[in-house]
Write a new protein. Structure first.
Length: 251
């Protein structure tokens, strides 16, 4: 596969999905930089995982290492100050009256993409890669495909330069995400994801499960565990190739 010469900026939180996106971008683009955002998240321990993941990827996959460029980190603590959610304050995770969980941070991905686009423009990058997904998600409206397509148009118009928003996980289940990362980097990449990434909303890394670290009870842990269970069951049943050969992502 020929490499895309356009530089890419991956919204890289330190979780499973963003690590899958980083691997996906490194396989496709000649130059890939990463962006982490501190918005006062309750599980900000994920930010501490980011450099370890980058280092492990560079060491484990020498073909990707030369393509892995600079890492950036932005402080958007103001978002946490105006968001009364279970991701930015010590509150029980529950559904709200409108049907959305109180882990929804209004405007988060819209702000992330706006700042990411400004950084990418300055860095000479024209592709933004994010782990937003409309298959295994909690109904967050800023993770929907239509939202991301609209943002791509708005960013390109506002910068007067083409800015592509790629969402390689948009139509994949968590089981398919595990299959994709195995297809990209083999068992070594999935071992790296299990050991170094963080998804737990409560920021718990005291418990090690087969699928990684986490409290095991929050929605993020439940989703990750179920995806792992479905994927391993599929592999045991001999259907890993079917799961791994998911249709190409829509962008």
């Amino acid at each position: 596969m020929s490499l895309d010469p356009r530089g890419a900026l991956v919204l890289f939180s330190g979780g499973q999905d963003s690590t899958a996106c980083l691997a996906w971008a490194l396989e496709r683009h000649t130059r890939v930089e990463t962006l982490g955002i501190d918005y006062g998240q309750r599980h900000r321990i994920e930010l501490d995982c980011r450099p370890r993941i980058r280092e492990a990827i560079a060491q484990t996959f020498p073909a990707w290492a030369p393509r892995l460029g600079e890492d950036h980190r932005l402080d958007l603590g103001l978002l946490g100050q105006i968001s009364d959610t279970a991701l930015t304050s010590e509150r029980a995770i529950e559904l709200q009256a409108g049907g959305l969980p109180n882990t929804f941070v209004p405007g988060r991905n819209l702000l992330f993409l706006g700042f990411a686009a400004a950084l990418a423009y300055r860095r000479g990058l024209s592709v933004l890669v994010g782990g937003m997904c409309e298959t295994d998600y909690s109904g967050y409206p800023d993770c929907r495909d239509n939202t991301l397509k609209a943002m791509q148009v708005a960013l390109s118009l506002g910068l007067d330069a083409p800015m592509t928003v790629e969402t390689p996980l948009m139509w994949l289940s968590k089981a398919q995400t595990w299959a994709v990362t195995e297809r990209l980097g083999g068992p070594a990449l999935n071992d790296l994801i299990v050991e170094h990434t963080h998804s737990c909303y409560l920021g718990d890394r005291s418990q090690r499960h087969g699928w990684g670290y986490g409290c095991g009870a929050c929605p993020a842990c439940e989703l990750r565990r179920q995806g792992w269970t479905d994927w391993t069951a599929g592999r045991a049943g001999g259907v890993a190739g079917v799961v791994g050969d998911a249709p190409p992502p829509k962008v």
